[in-house]
Design a protein around this ligand. Structure first.
Ligand SMILES: NC(=O)c1ccc[n+]([C@@H]2O[C@H](COP(=O)([O-])OP(=O)(O)OC[C@H]3O[C@@H](n4cnc5c(N)ncnc54)[C@H](OP(=O)(O)O)[C@@H]3O)[C@@H](O)[C@H]2O)c1
Length: 281
């Protein structure tokens, strides 16, 4: 797909680059221009979006404007919590496609498990059926805990290819990542740079960055890559987009990896969104 960015193969055979572009708050004409630049000038091939970001149209427009062929791209969207019953989920996948003017999504994820609502298994069945109909190439989830993941496979016979979870140095998700690895589910990191909090200013990160003559963001994204996670940093800025994807000419040693990982804290989530109780519609 792209010579410079390593790829991983999901358990269903779909290949994805290990870094993609987050698009939260990239909307309208400015958003489309930023995403188009990311694709055409800065080498991004994996684009994350969601029904709830109200930017599937923006992403679709960037895909249409871009000179890179559609089949070289990996476009993601997500099913919102309010549409998790089977019929609504099927219609929402169709609506997501209409919004983006796409024939298919490469990856479609359930956005949150919303366990109190308890519709995520029928939503999953809808994604399985939408995949059979050719509307989606690979299906996954976000923010699912091991108990939720186990239930999907037990009740439908199919497990997600990916679980997109909150992951950054303040919340390194060790046990969850290990569980994914043991069950052939790929980890994808959301808010990989901490969503603009103070992670990039931390001395631990700054010192490692100085040693390697890299930026703090590059060090953090390299840490994600060496953990084995796909990351989707969001940037509207072309220089930072380029910076974020340029992390394949250096490596962190074990001590550096461990010192970043040890910044994790039990309450390190950015907005205290624990999927066991937090619900999003
Ligand atoms: N599944 C879920 O529940 C879920 C939840 C949250 C997010 N997500 C996805 O994950 C994506 C990424 O997460 P995020 O947007 O929350 O946060 P993020 O990617 O961790 O951080 C984005 C912030 O960092 C800045 N930034 C980017 N590159 C930088 C660099 N090299 N140096 C300094 N600052 C830099 C950006 O500003 P500029 O744009 O000005 O560069 C922006 O303010 C989202 O866009 C979305 O697609 C998914």
């Amino acid at each position: 797909m792209n010579n410079q960015i390593p790829e991983v193969t999901l358990h269903d055979g779909l290949e994805l680059p290990v870094i993609g572009l987050g698009t939260y708050a990239l909307n309208g004409n400015e958003g489309a221009a930023a995403i188009q630049r990311a694709i055409e000038e800065n080498g991004y091939r994996l684009i994350d979006s969601a029904y709830n970001y109200e930017n599937e149209g923006t992403v679709g427009e960037a895909v249409k404007r871009s000179a890179v062929p559609r089949e070289k791209l990996r476009i993601t969207s997500k099913l919102p919590g309010r549409y998790q019953t089977y019929e609504k989920a099927i219609k929402t996948v169709q609506e997501s496609l209409y919004r983006a003017s796409l024939d298919y999504y490469d990856l479609y994820l359930i956005h949150w498990p919303n366990p109190k609502q308890d519709h995520y298994v029928e939503a999953w069945q809808a994604l399985i059926d939408a995949k059979k109909q050719g509307l989606i190439r690979s299906i996954g989830v976000c923010n699912f805990l091991p108990d939720h993941l186990k239930r999907l496979e037990k009740e439908t016979g199919e497990k997600p290819s990916i679980n997109q979870i909150e992951l950054h140095p303040y919340f390194n998700q060790g046990p969850q990542r290990k569980w994914h690895e043991e069950n052939s589910i790929k980890t994808e990191s959301w808010s990989p740079l901490g969503h603009g909090n103070d992670i990039l200013q931390q001395v631990t990160i700054q010192q490692i960055a100085e040693r390697h003559q890299k930026s703090a963001a590059q060090v953090v994204l390299r840490w994600h890559y060496q953990l084995g996670a796909i990351s989707i940093p969001k940037s509207a800025n072309p220089d930072r987009q380029r910076e974020n994807i340029s992390i394949f000419d250096f490596s962190l040693d074990d001590a550096e990896m461990n010192s970043i990982s040890s910044m994790t804290k039990p309450d390190g989530r950015i907005n205290d969104q624990d999927p066991a109780v937090y619900e999003e519609y």
